[in-house]
Ligand binder design. Structure first.
Ligand code: RIB
Length: 339
C-alpha cells in the first residue's frame, strides 16, 4: 500500500501537459477500398480508390495520444516484414516509443481489409503477429516498469485476452487509469472487467458486454448501468452522431455528451480509437470524466473529417480550439461500428 501511495505521489509529479500513456494493443496495415456501395455476396464490384495505411486500434490510439501531447509508449507485436517496419516507422515519426513492439520472425504483421462505402465502413481483421502477444510478454520487466509508471494505460481487444488482463492488472495495481476500449466485442474475463477504470464500448459492444438490448435511451442507460455494476468502473458509450453517454459509476445518473461539429464526415475509421485516446489523455491530465468525454468528442469530430484512421487523428491545438469554442451538437464524435 505504501509502495502504491509512493507511486501515486510520484505520478502526480509527472508533467500534466505531457502525461505518460502506455498503449497495449494491435498494429494492422489497413487495406482500404472505396466504392459507392458495398459489394453483395457473390458480386464483384469495381472500386473507386485503394489505400494502404498504417492502422490497428492500438497503434491508432498511440498515435492519437502522441498528437494530443502525451508521452506515449506502445507495447505490441508485428511481423518481421515490410508492413511491420512501415507501421512502427509511422508511430516513431509521431514520437511514440516503439522499442517495446516485438518483431515476430514466424508470423506476418496484422492486416485489416476496410471497405468504405456510402459514408460507412466494414472491417475484417487478420490478427497475425498481434495474436502472438502473450501475458508473458507483458510480464517482461521493462513492460511492467512502463505500465507501473504510466498515468494512463489504453487497452483494446485485438490482442489475446490474457495479455490484456495482465496489462490491466499490473497498471491498475500501480494506480494508473486503465481505459479499456472493448473492441472488437468479446466475452471479458472478470479480471479484465475489474481492471478497467473506464470502459469505452460503442452501442453494439455495450449490448454484447451487458447482454442487454441498447436500442432506445432507456435501454442504453440500463445496459450501461449493468456493465458498470459488473466492472466497478465507469462506462462511456460512444454513439456516433448522437455523441456519448457517460456513466461515472454504478448507480450514478448517465450524462449525455453531445457530438461536436467539425466539418463534413469523410471517413469514420478510427474515430472510436481517437475518442478513447483523447479521453485517456484528458483523464491523465486531471479532467473529470464528463469534461474528458467532451474533449474526446471534439477530437473524434475532427478525426472523421479526414481519410484514414491515423491520418485523421487531430493535433492538440485543433482539439483545444474546438473544445474552447464549445460543442454545437451535430457532427459524428465516434464511429458506432466500433472502428
Ligand atoms: O478502429 C479502426 C481500426 O480497426 C483500423 O485501423 C483497423 O486496423 C482495425 O483494427
Amino acid at each position: 500500500m505504501e509502495e502504491k501511495k509512493r507511486k501515486q505521489a510520484g505520478r502526480k509529479e509527472h508533467d500534466k501537459a505531457a502525461p505518460t500513456i502506455v498503449v497495449v494493443g494491435s498494429l494492422n496495415m489497413d487495406i482500404v477500398m472505396e466504392s459507392a456501395r458495398a459489394p453483395e455476396q457473390g458480386e464483384t464490384l469495381l472500386g473507386s480508390g485503394m489505400h494502404l495505411l498504417p492502422g490497428g486500434k492500438g497503434a491508432n490510439q498511440a498515435l492519437c495520444a502522441a498528437r494530443l501531447g502525451a508521452t506515449v509508449s506502445m507495447i505490441g507485436a508485428v511481423g518481421d516484414d515490410g508492413f511491420g517496419a512501415e507501421m512502427t516507422d509511422a508511430l516513431e515519426r509521431e514520437g511514440v516509443d516503439v522499442s517495446r513492439v516485438l518483431r515476430r520472425a514466424e508470423t506476418p504483421s496484422g492486416a485489416a481489409s476496410i471497405w468504405l462505402a456510402g459514408g460507412d465502413n466494414r472491417i475484417l481483421v487478420y490478427p497475425g503477429a498481434n495474436g502472438t502477444l502473450g501475458a508473458e510478454d507483458i510480464a517482461a520487466p521493462e513492460n511492467v516498469r512502463l505500465l507501473q509508471e504510466a498515468d494512463a494505460v489504453l487497452i483494446q481487444l485485438e490482442i489475446p485476452l490474457d495479455a490484456a488482463v495482465r496489462a490491466a492488472t499490473i497498471a491498475r495495481e500501480a494506480g494508473a487509469i486503465v481505459v479499456l476500449n472493448p473492441a472488437p466485442a468479446a466475452e471479458l474475463p472478470e479480471a479484465l472487467l475489474r481492471g478497467a477504470s473506464v470502459l469505452t464500448p460503442n452501442r453494439g459492444e455495450l449490448a454484447a458486454l451487458a447482454g442487454a438490448p441498447t436500442d432506445g435511451d432507456a435501454q442504453l442507460a440500463a445496459a450501461a448501468r449493468k456493465l458498470a455494476a459488473a466492472s466497478g468502473g465507469a462506462v462511456v458509450t460512444t454513439l456516433g452522431e448522437a455523441g456519448a453517454l457517460v456513466l461515472e459509476r454504478q448507480g450514478g445518473t448517465p450524462e449525455a455528451v453531445p457530438a461536436a461539429q467539425a466539418g463534413p464526415v469523410v471517413d469514420t475509421t478510427g474515430a472510436g480509437d481517437c475518442f478513447s485516446a483523447a479521453l485517456a489523455v484528458a483523464l491523465a491530465r486531471g479532467s473529470a470524466l464528463p469534461e474528458a468525454a467532451r474533449y474526446a468528442a471534439c477530437a473524434a469530430a475532427l478525426a472523421v473529417t479526414r481519410l484514414g484512421a491515423q491520418g485523421g487523428m487531430p493535433a492538440e491545438a485543433e482539439v483545444d480550439r474546438l473544445y474552447s469554442a464549445g460543442l454545437s451538437g451535430s457532427a459524428s464524435p465516434a464511429d458506432e461500428s466500433g472502428a
